[in-house]
Design a protein around this ligand. Structure first.
Ligand code: MN
Length: 737
């Protein structure tokens, strides 16, 4: 057991002005109060509050928090009273201990209604003073570490509560280390077999790749040092629970080192972060779609870092987090990092007022919860999601609808009722007519405008974020998709007949269904539209003597333009950008608005088009429509086949938050901070960097291919102009345009 002077020593290491006498008094008071009580392990009970205090010294917390930790079980488990604690240790500490006593009794895995109420109380206790939460988390961590001493029948309950409530709460407060350890300890209890099998796999992988890790660390560090970037590089094994969750979510096995290990590059300041990124992206190929700049756009829990994945040393995929020392501290300690003691002043004010968006979130959530909603409803959305990213919105009648962050009015509509979702044609947010694809914010009042004639466009599926909405849209659009294919197939068949110089007759075609092995005309048309039936075979079914399509020069003369595809407002589709690079993440998918109906639509590779570009659609039966900017050189390939050209137009809502991918090539001089400047220009102009690849042209210049997501051509041109204005930039051009 830790001795009195050892505890004081630990605190003094980070807080030279600690009130030693106060710590001593609390130590003795708690030790005497717990007296001869023992824990299930047989240890004196006092060892528990002492360990809790020790965990908090690792977070470098202030005296009041350490003392509260020592005293946290005294009111509940001993003769001590709040009055006595207040007399001896003051009001602030007494309030902390009382807060902890209150939440100790809360059972967070009980019957739903009660659980919801308890959760609300927990949040309220935390809101009074966030240090209550810090002590509670340390208390729970120690209890989880010593879970084997808890009676068997209680273990899973404690673990479940930890996984549902405390681990997400720690994460939401930005305390990643704490969250991960809590998750792992719970996981071990709740899914022992899964936990053990992952541990075994991890060990096997470690045995076979042990040296690779340090080799990667060394090579990264050397590459950085060569370019004058001083950095600490550290490989880090992911925890069993996070590996398991990834396997579960993506239903994949872990096979690659990058699934198991992440590397951190810790540097002195922000400029060095971008310098390090430059070195890494110049030296190794980048894995597309993995680049995230959380420095220019921090997460809600204050997390800042650059994430990227490269095919690094030894041809291994290497996941990298690049951050400064200060960002690292916040990433590890979260809200506790704001409390790190300084200048002998109390840390409380800091905790309450410092610009911590995690704490702001807590306050906001509690204010909303205090306003009502039934406990069951509250809980349903709370248990896991509350602590991730969530927004609370209201119906005009005041019903609370909780949705994950980035939810849209479409999600809202489906959350109210499936029929409301299916018939939604518009929305008013806080009384103002707004696009259905807007992002909802906390406190928004949302009114859904419906029309019985509406069927949900398939493209909504890629816009919504809730599973309920997605499933309903999929159901409702399956029929509509088929009808669209049939309509397309019918047009293709008609044209084919015209080309062949044969009259087109639905009546006769209906008599030839057998020959095409289809049950209905619609089946035939859908088959043609999907590319499963060749138009020539449809003609032959009616005219067996017919010898086939005429030569291309006659086809080229065929009338073009009939049946142009009209664009309808508010419709959108999900499509893929194939093969931007060989290793492109197959999940790269972007919604587009403005193209007709439910046919698969995609942009041509290499950036495609953005609203404002003149565009052309090229039809491929069975594949759908590929959209090219009119100036694209790739269009030459289709000049001989005018019947495949579709006249398409944008019809974009100016207010739409929709972004479109463009590719730009920037050549910049090699000097410190040039990459940071470029990222900053794009960020300030509200462009989103989706990916960034670099190559050194010469000692003096670096060429960067940047996938930037923009609203439209004007937006893109603004970014290009701003980039050109920078002295470090020697040229900027748009790729393929
Ligand atoms: Mn305790």
């Amino acid at each position: 057991m830790m001795r009195q002077y050892e505890l004081v020593e630990r605190v003094r290491r980070y807080n030279p002005n600690t009130d030693e006498a106060l710590l001593d008094r609390a130590y003795v008071y708690a030790m005497r109060a717990h007296g001869t009580q023992t824990r299930a392990s047989g240890d004196p009970y006092f060892s528990h509050p002492l360990e809790v205090a020790a965990i908090l010294t690792d977070l470098k917390l202030d005296d009041a928090t350490i003392v509260a930790a020592l005293l946290h079980d005294t009111i509940e488990d001993t003769d001590a009273t709040r009055e006595e604690i207040e007399t001896r240790f003051g009001k602030q500490i007494a309030a902390l201990v009382e807060g902890l006593t209150k939440i100790k009794k809360l059972d967070l895995v009980s019957r739903q209604a009660k659980q919801a109420e308890n959760l609300r109380k927990l949040l309220l206790a935390i809101a009074d003073d966030v240090r209550v939460l810090l002590v509670k988390l340390a208390d729970r961590l120690h209890n989880m570490r010593t879970l084997k001493w808890v009676p068997e029948e209680k273990r899973s309950r404690v673990a479940q509560e930890t996984l549902d409530i405390y681990a997400p709460l720690a994460g939401r407060m930005g305390m990643q280390d704490m969250r991960e350890e809590l998750e792992d300890l719970s996981f071990r209890q709740l899914s022992t077999e899964a936990y053990n099998s992952i541990l075994a796999r991890l060990q096997a992988l470690k045995d076979s790749s042990g040296k690779v890790l340090s080799a990667i660390e060394r090579e990264l560090a050397e590459a950085l040092a060569q370019k004058g970037v001083t950095a600490q590089v550290k490989g880090r094994e992911k925890r069993p629970y996070s590996i398991w969750r990834k396997m579960e979510q993506k239903s994949v096995a872990f096979e690659q080192l990058s699934d198991i290990y992440g590397f951190r590059i810790i540097v002195e300041d922000t400029a060095q972060c971008y310098a390090a990124l430059g070195v890494v992206h110049t030296k190794w190929p980048v894995v597309p779609g993995r680049f995230k700049d959380y420095i220019s756009t921090p997460k809600q829990n204050d997390y800042r870092s650059i994430h990227t994945t490269v095919v690094g040393p030894g041809r291994q995929r290497v996941e990298l987090q690049i951050r400064s020392r200060k960002m690292h501290e916040i990433a590890e300690y979260g809200i506790a990092a704001h409390a790190i003691y300084k200048d002998g002043a109390s840390a409380t004010e800091d905790l309450l007022t410092r610009d911590s968006s995690a704490y702001a979130w807590l306050r906001r959530t509690i204010e909303l919860l205090a306003e009502g909603s039934s406990p069951e409803e509250f809980l349903e959305h709370t248990k896991l999601e509350l602590f991730h990213d969530q927004v609370f919105c209201f119906t005009p009648k005041g019903r609370l609808i909780a949705l994950p962050r980035r939810a849209t009015p479409i999600d809202f509509a489906y959350a109210v009722h499936t029929d409301v979702g299916n018939m939604a044609i518009g929305a008013k947010i806080n009384g103002k007519v707004s696009p259905l694809v807007s992002e909802l914010h906390n406190g928004d009042e949302v009114e859904i405008i419906t029309s019985p004639a509406q069927t949900p466009p398939a493209a909504w599926e890629s816009i919504v974020v809730t599973g309920k909405a997605r499933a309903a849209i999929r159901r409702a659009t399956r029929v509509a998709v088929r009808a669209q294919y049939a309509a397309l197939g019918r047009k293709i068949a008609e044209r084919a007949f015209a080309r062949a110089g044969k009259p087109f007759s639905e009546e006769k075609l209906a008599g030839a269904l057998n020959r095409l092995a289809r049950a209905s005309l619609e089946d035939v048309y859908a088959g043609v539209g999907r590319g499963e039936i060749r138009p020539d075979d449809v003609i032959k079914a009616l005219h067996p003597e017919w010898s086939g399509a005429r030569p291309p020069e006659e086809r080229a003369a065929a009338p073009r333009g009939e049946g142009w595809f009209e664009l309808k407002r508010g419709q959108s589709l999900k499509f893929k950008i194939p093969g931007i690079e060989a290793e492109a993440d197959p999940a790269t998918a972007i919604p587009i608005r403005g193209l007709n109906g439910e046919l698969p639509v995609r942009f041509a590779p290499n950036g495609g088009a953005v609203p404002g570009d003149r565009i052309v659609g090229i039809l491929s039966p069975g594949e759908g429509i590929t959209v090219y900017p009119i100036q694209s050189p790739a269009l030459q390939d289709f000049e001989e086949e005018p019947e495949r050209w579709l006249d398409v137009r944008w019809d974009i809502d100016e207010e739409s938050p929709q972004r479109f991918p463009a590719q730009i090539v920037v050549t910049a001089t090699n000097e410190p901070g040039s990459l940071a400047q470029i990222a900053q220009v794009i960020g300030e102009r509200d462009g989103n960097i989706a990916n960034l690849r670099m190559s050194s042209r010469s000692a003096d210049f670096t060429r960067m291919v940047i996938d930037v997501e923009v609203y439209d051509l004007r937006h893109l041109n603004g970014i290009l102009a701003d980039l050109r204005a920078r002295p470090v930039v020697s040229s900027v051009e748009r790729l393929n345009a």
